[in-house]
Design a protein around this ligand. Structure first.
Ligand code: LCS
Length: 393
């Protein structure tokens, strides 16, 4: 079915464009490393690009194409690559657009390793970076230098829930010929479409909402144009960031229920955020759906909903936060996010522990910050679980 003009939910189910010769309703898992040519000339034509045909799974595979084509349609991009992890997607973008003498500007609170790898590994390749609070657009303009090539945003940011104005940031970046990449992991395309807002590249850790079932690790990069896609695909294929067909198949299956999962998790999250905000033992809550969020109005404008992620501080700081994390029973004390099960974790000692204390404090990742990824369980059970843990503080 041609899903180009279909609605988002129809795309979730039917996009992909791979027709199985046996008539299978679901694109099968082509668990093969290589593909047989009809004859030597056919092989040569596939390699030269004269004829479209599968060659070798690192370069292309029908199960992987099914997922890639779907993601490109959902994000309104030209084309997508899928990668073995979200970090492979992040590095795919860095390597495609940054080289010796180049500079990148990014938000000070992004997923820990997305910043960690840039500050540890990329200086060896001659790449410089500046991390600022991108939720204030003037900081972006100030940080841009003549050699800046990439503005790397994550919004809402992990774990501070800071929201950057994508359209505003893209206008500044493009004035200086700087490309804009948005890590859309916290939203998924159901909630936010960065390419429509002016970004050039969008990426995901598909380990999260896109797959949604906490059973794979994966990533993707979607490009707005053919030229950008060429750079991205070259790195994926030749550095070997590719995803395995079985992993791609599971992800495509998980993706089918994205809207229903997010609607349910988001409805739960709205109630939980209100419960926490009104709880006497809670100091603060950061959730884009609460009026108290500093970018509440911006969130309403650029996101189709507030999502299922939040962070909060318990009165009594770290010690009190640990009491909550150690006494929940339904929520899992685990990193990762965006799955159907509710997860709670402590960024300062877990996902963002490799940043220095100064870097964390400057980015607002305080020792008392607890992050909650709301799942699709019965909301009353999640609230009762948190309420019980909070009663022990
Ligand atoms: N981008 C964001 C926003 C993330 O949250 C993560 C992982 C990544 C990229 C990297 O993706 P991965 O390689 O793990 O698929 N975030 C995690 C987190 O907050 N807890 O555990 C992993």
């Amino acid at each position: 079915m041609d899903t180009k003009k279909a609605g988002f939910n129809s795309k979730l189910i039917h996009a992909g464009g791979i027709e199985d010769p046996m008539g299978s309703a679901v694109t099968p898992i082509y668990q093969t490393s290589t593909f047989r040519f009809k004859n030597a000339d056919h092989g040569a034509r596939c390699f030269s690009g004269e004829e479209k045909g599968y060659i070798y799974t690192r370069l292309g595979n029908p199960t992987i194409d099914d997922l890639q084509n779907t993601l490109a349609e959902l994000e309104n991009g030209y084309a997508a690559v899928v990668t073995a992890s979200g970090m492979a997607a992040v590095n795919n973008v860095y390597l495609a657009f940054l080289g010796a003498g180049d500079h990148m500007v990014s938000h000070n609170s992004v997923y820990g390793p997305s910043r960690g790898v840039m500050e540890k590994l990329y200086p060896k390749l001659g790449v410089e970076s500046t991390y600022v609070d991108c939720t204030h657009l003037e900081n972006i303009e100030k940080a841009i230098r003549p050699n800046t090539k990439l503005l790397y945003l994550e919004t809402p940011a992990n774990p501070t829930m800071g929201i950057t104005d994508i359209a505003g940031a893209a206008a500044i970046a493009h004035k200086h010929n700087v490309l804009v990449c948005v890590d859309n992991t916290f939203c998924s395309p159901y909630i936010q479409k960065p390419l429509d807002l002016g970004a050039d590249i969008v990426l995901h850790s598909m380990t999260k909402f896109i797959n949604g079932h906490a059973d794979i690790v994966g990533g993707c990069v979607v490009a707005k144009t053919k030229e950008l896609f060429g750079e991205i695909a070259y790195v994926m294929k030749n550095v070997g960031f590719n995803m395995d067909p079985h992993q791609a198949w599971l992800t495509r299956r998980g993706l089918k229920t994205l809207s229903v999962r997010i609607e349910r998790a988001q409805a739960n999250a709205k109630k939980i955020a209100e419960f926490l905000e009104n709880h006497p033992k809670i100091d603060w809550v950061l959730y884009p759906g609460l009026k108290s969020h500093p970018q509440y109005e911006l969130a309403k404008k650029q996101m189709a909903g507030p999502g299922a992620m939040m962070s909060f501080g318990v009165k009594g700081g770290l010690v009190a936060g640990k009491t909550v994390m150690d006494n929940v029973h339904l929520a899992l004390l685990a990193v990762s996010l965006g799955g159907i099960e509710t997860l709670i974790q402590h960024p300062a000692s877990m996902t963002h522990s490799k940043l220095s204390k100064e870097e964390r404090e400057e980015a607002g990742i305080t020792d008392g910050l607890v992050r909650l990824s709301v799942g699709i369980e019965d909301v009353d059970d999640i609230i009762a679980d948190l309420d019980h843990a909070l009663s022990l503080v």
